[in-house]
Design a binder for this molecule. Structure first.
Ligand code: ASP
Length: 436
């Protein structure tokens, strides 16, 4: 009998990540001039493996959001629950984003990372206009749900799925039959998520090895102050703000919460995309943290688009940094404009890599700071993007637990059980007839 315990998925993903980072550094330090390595490994195997991994995660996002949210909405006993839950979730997201950016502006002003910085911008940057609130709301409503799905427009898919779910619960017997189909589909898609999570150690290895073999760390030294203040604020928000909110509003232990977030945090870190991480965040929130599908299927995809606390923090620190580097004083009104624009910009933008910089351009425009400032910080943005994406999805998950707790939709036993969710991550290939 084999008594050896297999390594947990988290352990394997950590292993993939660490070996990937080390491999990347090794290539950068010792094999930088070997064209064979770059051609066949870095831009060959690592690039192909990493991109396939990200595409497979993205492949799940649209069907997963649609199916799980239709299931969640159609199982609600009472439609008014939806309005209450929606109000709480949006309120929570807006308040935490505003807290995040205020914290960032305070830290940026206190530690003055850009003071005395003698930096010259190497490139220019084009900005888009910040969307108006009206436009953000209009854009949430789909004209054509198939087009919304084809474009992966999360907010529009959410609106359509909610309406579809409501119609199912109002459609009597026919609705029940369709609800059963969706419930079965949901099981199957969650198995697909588990399947992909099991190949993640390789995917994460490829992504990290590719990234770190070309990541210029020199820029971090010259922007050390910015890097440190931003990372410190991100960690402060990730550990303290969410920890206090979780403890204060639910009485649950924040350490258990963070430990269970490990997998999702690593996925967010390696993909730098809240959107691509949705399948893993949803799996973690439901199976490990014990949030019922009717809450998680709504809060997680909504959060991935609307709630980006880490990104908001970057915008706060970056604005302070750029203002200091260019010797421009910001007024109280400017600070308020930064908070409002950053919050609004984060609502209408999907969580994909690097989008924070585009939002930053809108913020800088709003307060009249030079867009060249963005070129200053671009060199270190990739690594910071990875960290802030991890904070973004931690915020979505904390909100899911808090809202679920207030709605009686949290399985506290599951939350406190260290092994919860491990069974769901297993994938066995059993022929259909034996699987009954
Ligand atoms: N990459 C971030 C996310 O997906 C967004 C950003 O800050 O660029 O959440």
């Amino acid at each position: 009998m084999n008594t050896k315990q297999p390594m947990s998925l988290t352990g394997r993903v950590i292993l993939g990540m660490v070996t990937g980072i080390l491999t990347g550094f090794f290539i950068q330090s010792f094999l930088a001039d070997v064209s064979f390595v770059h051609e066949y490994l870095v831009n060959g195997l690592f690039e192909v493996g990493g991109q396939i991994f990200i595409s497979s995660l993205q492949m799940l996002v649209v069907p997963l959001i649609f199916v799980s949210l239709v299931c969640g909405t159609s199982s609600l006993q009472d439609i008014t629950t939806l309005g209450r839950m929606g109000g709480k979730t949006l309120g929570f997201y807006l308040v935490t984003t505003a807290v995040a950016i205020t914290l960032a502006l305070t830290m940026g002003t206190l530690f003055q990372p850009g003071a005395g910085a003698d930096l010259t911008a190497a490139a220019s940057f084009q900005s888009a206009e910040a969307p108006s609130l009206g436009q953000v709301i209009i854009n949430m409503f789909p004209k054509n749900p198939i087009a919304s799905m084809a474009q992966g427009n999360t907010l529009q898919i959410i609106v359509f799925a909610i309406l579809f779910g409501i119609a199912i619960s109002a459609a009597g017997e026919a609705g029940k039959r369709i609800a059963n189909v969706f419930s079965d589909l949901n099981e199957v898609i969650m198995k697909l998520v588990a399947l992909l999570m099991n190949i993640a150690p390789f995917g994460v290895f490829f992504l990290m090895a590719k990234l770190f073999s070309g990541l210029g760390l020199g820029a971090i030294w010259s922007l050390g102050g910015y890097f440190l203040v931003l990372t410190g604020t991100l960690l402060l928000h990730g550990f303290v703000t969410y920890g206090v909110l979780l403890k204060g509003l639910t009485g649950l232990n924040p350490v258990i919460f963070l430990r269970k977030m490990e997998d999702a945090i690593m996925f967010a870190f390696s993909t730098a995309s809240s959107n691509a991480t949705i399948p893993v965040t949803l799996e973690t929130v439901k199976n490990r943290l014990g949030v019922k599908n009717r809450v998680a299927s709504f809060t997680v995809p909504l959060g991935a688009t609307v709630n980006m606390d880490g990104t908001a923090i970057m915008q706060g620190v970056a604005t302070a940094f750029i203002a200091q580097a260019f010797n421009i004083d910001l007024t109280m009104g400017d600070y308020l404009a930064v908070i409002l624009t950053a919050t609004l910009a984060s609502v209408g933008t999907a969580g994909v890599p690097g989008v924070g910089l585009i939002m930053l351009a809108m913020v800088l425009n709003q307060v009249g700071l030079p867009l060249e400032g963005i070129a200053l910080i671009m060199g270190v943005d990739r690594l910071l993007d990875m960290i802030r994406t991890a904070v973004n999805i931690t915020g979505d998950s904390a909100a899911s637990v808090i809202v679920a707790n207030s709605e009686g939709a949290l399985d506290k036993e599951r939350f406190n059980d260290p092994l919860a969710g491990e069974k769901e991550e297993e994938v066995h290939f059993v022929p259909a007839e034996e699987n009954k």
